[in-house]
Design a protein around this ligand. Structure first.
Ligand code: GLP
Length: 262
């Protein structure tokens, strides 16, 4: 089932998403979190950091798996996802650095890196909750249009649009790597729960296609429709193109409160 939660703004979305994750961490101090980069989850990470401090939650045993990494960017580059995850997640939340994994984008190990990452996820018992952002072209992780719905962690080529979108993090567009290594759609679908966030008008088309369009490799985020437990939290601008918006709001406002429901 896909649950769609529409909130007024990104700040409220971060609070709603943080509530879901904090509930998981309270229940399971060894939870395995799938971590997304990009600007979308930043407010969520800040909210989580604040809640962890206020509630004095022990997160030292929480395990993390990032979705993706650029290929060929030195790990010490400020925009390597290893660095971004350390800065925006590991440090503020106080996670144990050795328990937070990022795919290896080093040129020397590319032929084995994907398989090794899949094995590491399996060894950790699988991902309990995968946080997802959404690219304007419908990518999740770095699964660009055309990605197999059952793909595993592997090398991918970024689209020119994604490189353009991500150029704001670099000095220039030409500095954005062309290749990446990303968890596959199959990897993402194996997580026990998905939590996709999207904000702003620029994501409205991609959100509608993900939630209401056909399930197709041409719009990778539509794969979430195959997942039994996916939650999509969007602000009003990102929800603007949803055909069944009124129904999602009605369903959310009438959410059953009996114990078997979340
Ligand atoms: C990158 C990441 C994705 C992310 C997307 C959206 O391409 N690899 O995981 O979802 O950007 O970025 P933003 O959240 O900045 O819009």
């Amino acid at each position: 089932m896909t649950e769609i939660i529409v909130v007024h703004d990104a700040e409220r979305a971060a609070a709603a998403a943080a509530e879901i994750i904090i509930t998981l961490l309270r229940r399971d101090p060894e939870a395995v979190l799938g971590l997304a980069t990009g600007s979308t989850p930043l407010a969520l990470y800040a909210e989580l950091a604040a809640r962890i401090t206020t509630e004095r939650l022990d997160v030292s045993r929480v395990i993390g798996f990032a979705l993706d990494e650029y290929v060929g960017l030195p790990q010490e580059h400020p925009q390597s996802y290893r660095n971004v995850i350390t800065r925006s997640v590991v440090q503020p939340l106080g996670l144990t650095p050795a328990l937070v994994h990022v795919p290896d984008g080093g040129l020397d190990s590319l032929d084995v890196a994907g398989h090794a990452y899949e094995q590491a996820i399996l060894a950790a018992g699988g991902v309990d909750l995968q946080i997802l952002g959404l690219g304007t072209d419908g990518h999740i992780g770095f699964n660009e249009p055309g990605s197999s719905l059952n793909s595993a962690t592997r090398l991918k080529t970024l689209t020119p649009q994604t490189r353009k979108d991500n150029a704001r993090f670099f000095q220039s567009e030409s500095e954005v790597p062309i290749h990446c290594i990303t968890q596959g759609l199959g990897t993402i679908l194996r997580a026990r729960r998905l939590l996709l966030l999207a904000f702003g008008e620029s994501k409205a088309r991609a959100v509608a296609a993900a939630v209401e369009g056909p399930v197709t490799a041409s719009h990778p985020a539509s794969a979430i429709q195959l997942h039994p437990d996916a939650t999509v939290i969007v602000d009003e601008a990102a929800a603007a193109r949803l055909q069944n918006l009124a129904y999602y709001q009605y369903a959310y406002n009438n959410k059953p409160q009996w114990p078997s429901s979340r």
